[in-house]
Design a binder for this molecule. Structure first.
Ligand code: AMP
Ligand code: MG
Ligand code: MG
Length: 216
């Protein structure tokens, strides 16, 4: 007797096994002006998506707006770019408190138990190489060790899609045939789009490694 023909199943390839349990996709928005630099530049939005490294699904979200204090009034340009209006940041936690809230959330999420491996994922190196260290230096705040190495998604994108290519978020989405969701330069929407890129690169076989770090 011959075995019945196996049902043709279009099985999705599993994601490659990752070195991490979780990816934390982060995208700061900050005070800005059109053609000049604001000093000190201050973070006004902190969104973090906790993404399971086996499923690439978002398991939890941290999101807060942050009240700037050195230059408390947002420029019209900043509001136009980010969609964040003055009333959205008014009365929100200041940076020190916001970072403590994020730390508490990470603790509550079991990320700081010493056994869970996680890494931040950003689009570019600006968030964790420039923005956070610059603001922490200005306000004399410590930088938690977990912020000191991260994955700049542009690097694995370039490895998977095309070597030595310079791209922004919108171009990566386009080149991966992914739809853009929400508003570009809204931090929370940007993280969701970065998460979709992360998942798509994993589908294409990417095993992620930290690409960048602070050396102190
Ligand atoms: P993004 O994650 O690309 O939305 O940008 C993060 C932050 O970089 C914004 O909140 C702004 O502070 C700054 N930024 C981004 N694009 C511009 C721009 N075209 N001009 C001035 N600042 C910008
Ligand atoms: Mg960004
Ligand atoms: Mg953004």
């Amino acid at each position: 007797m011959t075995a019945p023909p196996r049902k043709e199943q279009k099985q999705r390839k599993p994601f490659p096994r990752q070195d991490y349990n979780y990816f934390l996709v982060l995208d700061f928005e900050a005070t800005c002006e059109k053609s000049t630099k604001i000093y000190p530049q201050e973070i006004i939005e902190i969104p973090v998506l906790k993404i399971h490294a086996k499923t690439f699904e978002t398991e939890a979200i941290f999101h807060t707006y942050v009240q700037p204090t050195a230059n408390p009034i947002l420029t019209p340009f900043c509001t136009e770019l980010t969609g964040i209006t003055q009333d959205v940041v008014c009365g929100k936690p200041k940076i020190e408190e916001a970072l403590k809230m994020l730390d508490k959330w990470m603790l509550d999420q079991g990320l700081l138990d010493g056994e869970t491996a996680f890494v931040f994922v950003t689009c570019g190196d600006w968030d964790l190489k420039t923005m956070l260290p610059g603001q922490c230096k200005y306000f004399r705040l410590p930088i938690a060790n977990y912020f000191k190495s991260w994955i700049n998604i542009k690097r694995p994108f370039s490895e998977v899609v095309r070597p030595n290519i310079r791209v922004d978020l919108m171009e990566m989405l386009q080149m991966l045939d992914l739809e853009h969701h929400g508003r570009h330069h809204s931090g929370i929407d940007d993280t969701k789009n970065i998460a979709n890129i992360l998942q798509e690169l994993a589908k294409r076989g990417c095993k992620f490694k930290a690409t960048s770090g602070l050396t102190y």
